[in-house]
Design a protein around this ligand. Structure first.
Ligand code: FAD
Ligand code: MLT
Ligand code: ZN
Length: 451
């Protein structure tokens, strides 16, 4: 029997897609930069079906690409050509929140927004958030170890995982869903799978840690003359506002792109750099925030403590991804640099990009999570296949002691850079792990580890 028939026996004919009209949305990534044709898209309903699909693909020698909401930005969740795409869209069950343990069991295919809503219904908070919330899945978030704006206070996805269920390439189902706070018996396999980008296992369920919701929030948008000034404001926020939850930044060009896309007027004065800070606490944190801004000598800020006002300010920051993509396919470089080198990095960036973009204009729009030293360098201009700009930016980052991937992952976009970033010894250790868990290289070949 052919592979497609075997897969249809496992998941049902309706969940094996081969018609190009039906597979198209699974074949190109969110940015439009990466993708290829899939042999088929298969949509299992639970871990047992995932295991059977993996065994069938292994037997047929056909590689497989796990996919959640397909909002990844490094090309790791889309086929390169000829793979089976395993979509987790049907594995979306959400259990009741266990209030005593502060955890909720969630299917890998549930969206982040569904998880957030389930937590909010019982006064809890999933504490991880970013603009793709309505489409990205909990499995994808864990597979990328995604971060977002609130990682500054609550950590990346890793800090939220209290347990995992996952299926290895040979169909073995691993389950660590007890939720025990202390459990150090043996190697921490869930920790190994977090951030493995679909190369070591298919995650099918996650035990997600929640926290009591903090009801009082205040957000400030602060226009500043330079990144150095933004650094000083961050320092003051850290010193005076223990309720600090997020500290983001964007620049004049980015704001203009967003305002044009959203057809809005700027609520704030013109500046080179904008800092968006949010504090959250059990009682109103406005005083703390004001004290911090005062200490930093900030005279001009737009402050909002109501939902509509706060969302309006956040839309300016979160709107960057969509607004930039509406202009063209960007080169997206999600990098991290030590905070002390951030000013240096942003100052040298335009010159480095300009020199690398030999074929024409390059428009550089940096924005991101200032508090984490995490900059999203977006470059418009160079064609999707032209890696010279990417190479130049990553070289600069490595030279400054930074990381080539802060939160989006390595995917296919940066696989060729992993050895330069981590060194030959670490790459060899990673290959040994991959070889032990997926000796035939069935899962997501070409992602993270270069072929
Ligand atoms: P996909 O795109 O489907 O897959 C991503 C990777 O995970 C692939 O390698 C895939 O193979 C693997 N994968 C997916 N599901 C599984 C599974 N169940 N088991 C094993 N592997 C799996 N990221 C941040 O960190 N911070 C942000 O602030 C942020 N903001 C974003 C804003 C927008 C508008 C967009 C479009 C993206 C943003 N991202 C951000 C990118 C981020 O990586 C993804 O949104 C999210 O983590 C991916 O989830 P997904 O379900 O869409 O995964
Ligand atoms: C963000 O912080 O907005 C995201 O990581 C998405 C992006 O980099 O475009
Ligand atoms: Zn980000």
């Amino acid at each position: 029997m052919g592979l497609e028939h075997l897969l249809a026996d496992i998941v049902g004919q309706a969940h094996v897609l081969t018609d190009p009209g039906l597979t198209a949305s699974y074949e190109t990534d969110w940015t439009g930069r990466f993708g290829g044709r899939a042999r088929a898209v298969v949509r299992p309903a639970d871990a047992a079906q995932v295991a059977a699909v993996l065994r069938a693909c292994a037997q047929a020698g056909v590689p497989l690409v796990p996919q959640g909401g397909n909002t990844g930005l490094v090309g790791g969740g889309v086929p390169r050509g000829g793979e089976i795409v395993l979509s987790t869209v049907r594995i979306a069950q959400l259990a009741e929140v266990d209030a005593a343990l502060g955890v909720v069991a969630v299917g890998a295919g549930a969206t982040l927004a569904a998880l957030q809503a389930a937590a909010a219904r019982v006064g809890e908070d999933a504490t991880l958030d970013f603009a793709a919330r309505d489409s990205c899945t909990v499995g994808g978030v864990v597979a990328c170890d995604a971060g977002g704006a609130r990682a500054l206070r609550h950590g990346t996805a890793r800090a939220h995982v209290a347990g995992l269920e996952a299926v290895l390439a040979d169909g073995t189902v691993l389950s660590r869903m007890s939720g025990l706070t202390k459990d150090n018996a043996g190697y921490d396999l869930p920790a190994l799978l977090i951030g493995s980008e679909g190369t070591l296992a298919v995650i099918t369920r996650v035990l997600w840690r929640v926290s009591r919701r903090l009801p009082a929030r205040v957000t400030a948008l602060i226009p500043l003359a330079s990144v150095a000034e933004a650094g000083r404001v961050l320092e003051a926020l850290r010193a005076h506002a223990p309720s600090l939850e997020a500290c983001e930044f964007f620049v004049r060009d980015g704001l203009e792109i967003v305002l044009a896309h959203q057809r809005r007027r700027s609520p704030v004065g013109d500046a080179a750099v904008y800092l968006l800070a949010e504090c959250a606490a059990a009682a109103d944190p406005t005083g703390e925030l004001a004290e911090a801004l005062d200490a930093a000598g900030v005279r001009d800020a737009v402050v909002a403590d109501d939902t509509i006002g706060r969302e309006g300010l956040w839309a300016l920051r979160e709107g960057h991804t969509e607004a930039i993509n509406a202009i063209g396919i960007p080169h997206k470089l999600d990098v991290g640099v030590p905070l002390a080198r951030l000013g240096d990095f942003l100052e040298r960036l335009p010159q480095v990009v300009g020199a690398a973009a030999v074929t024409g204009e390059a428009r550089v729009i940096p924005f991101g999570h200032l508090g984490d030293g995490n900059v999203h360098v977006n470059v418009l201009g160079p064609g999707p296949q032209d890696d010279r700009v990417d190479d130049a930016v990553l070289e600069l980052v490595v030279g400054l002691g930074g990381t080539i991937s802060a939160e989006h992952g390595v995917g296919v976009a940066k696989a060729a850079w992993l050895e330069r970033a981590r060194g030959a010894d670490e790459l060899a250790a990673m290959r040994a792990v991959k070889g032990a868990l997926d000796p035939a290289g069935q899962l997501n070949p070409g992602v993270v580890l270069p072929l």
